[in-house]
Ligand binder design. Structure first.
Ligand code: NAP
Length: 278
């Protein structure tokens, strides 16, 4: 069966919109875009549109590519102190002269709706999560729709980046699955995948995971987004061969991508609720 991320994300946005309609103040999300990378500009526009759809207050802040570290940190600090803003997101990647880590650490963890601040990652590691990285959290929402109980399942996460693979593995561990994390130096990857009840792939290598590596009936979540020379968007999984053996599989596009943005809205609402309670 296909796990329809588009549909699940739409339901999530609808649910958020219904909650926002009853709030006195609109939750606010600020997105900072540095430079004019076209892909980043599309992501930021999509986030802004999603905010409008659910009735959030949204600020899209464009900064020129030659902004200094000090100026960017000052902008983050301004938003940290702005009461209208519940969530702050700095669109990555940043130009090379900027220190990404220092910028992420400058965001007030209570407003870190990307969930990348070390305080939020630490809470996830300790299984006391608050704001969780959007893509892995969105994957957990998708997995829940299958109705498959993750407890004791063998899960293989292919990719170990800070924004997807590592937090994804923690999410699955927190759900009491048995987790194997693979990286570029992993040996015998296909055999590890053959034992997996759930495979989550976030590598950035088009159609890299073959259907013949997948256990019959497994759940296959493809986080990868790659554009072929033909212009076609494909994932990290060879969809045509994998869908023949998988029990559930996410398509690209229309799988994990829409969930990431819907989960960003969910996190902004979580941050709003926590800040409003104080
Ligand atoms: P990344 O930072 O480049 O990390 C890639 C990871 O894959 C690294 O941990 C790397 O291992 C591992 N890897 C590389 N080759 C491998 C191999 N042959 N076998 C096993 N592991 C291998 O990438 P990312 O930011 O996590 O993104 C991964 C993909 O997901 C990209 O296509 C990106 O566009 C997509 N993405 C999609 C969403 C969404 O919302 N759908 C969100 C974020 C990212 P090492 O650690 O050893 O280098």
């Amino acid at each position: 069966m296909i796990i329809n991320g588009q549909k699940i994300a739409q339901n999530l946005r609808k649910n958020i919109g219904e909650q926002v309609a009853h709030l006195e103040r609109k939750p606010g999300l600020a997105v900072i875009l540095v430079g004019d990378d076209p892909a980043s500009a599309v992501y930021v526009r999509n986030k802004d549109n999603a905010c409008k759809e659910v009735g959030f207050y949204s600020e899209k802040i464009n900064k020129s590519a030659d902004i200094s570290q000090a100026e960017l940190l000052a902008e983050v600090e301004r938003l940290n102190n702005d009461d209208k803003i519940d969530g702050i997101l700095v669109q990555l990647p940043l130009p090379r002269h900027l220190d990404t880590n220092q910028v992420i650490e400058a965001i007030n963890p209570a407003k870190d709706v990307d969930g990348f601040h070390s305080e939020n990652i630490g809470k996830l590691m300790q299984n006391k999560p608050h704001l969780r990285p959007c893509t892995p959290k969105g994957v957990m929402t998708m997995l829940a729709t299958t109705g498959v109980d993750l407890i004791g399942k063998n899960c293989v996460v292919v990719g170990a980046s800070n924004i997807v693979g590592r937090p994804m593995a923690m999410e699955l561990l927190n759900a009491h699955a048995t987790v194997t994390i693979c990286n570029s130096k992993t040996t015998d990857l296909s055999n590890k995948i053959k034992n997996a009840d759930v495979v989550v792939v976030a590598v950035g290598n088009p159609q890299f995971i073959k259907g013949s590596w997948i256990k019959t009936g497994a759940i296959v979540i493809d986080v990868g987004i790659n554009r072929l020379e033909s212009g076609q968007l494909v994932g990290d999984v060879d969809f045509d061969s994998a869908e023949k053996v998988a029990g559930w599989i996410t398509p690209v596009p229309g799988g994990v991508g829409p969930m990431t943005i819907a989960t960003l809205l969910e996190n902004t609402l979580t941050a709003y609720m926590a800040r409003t309670k104080k």
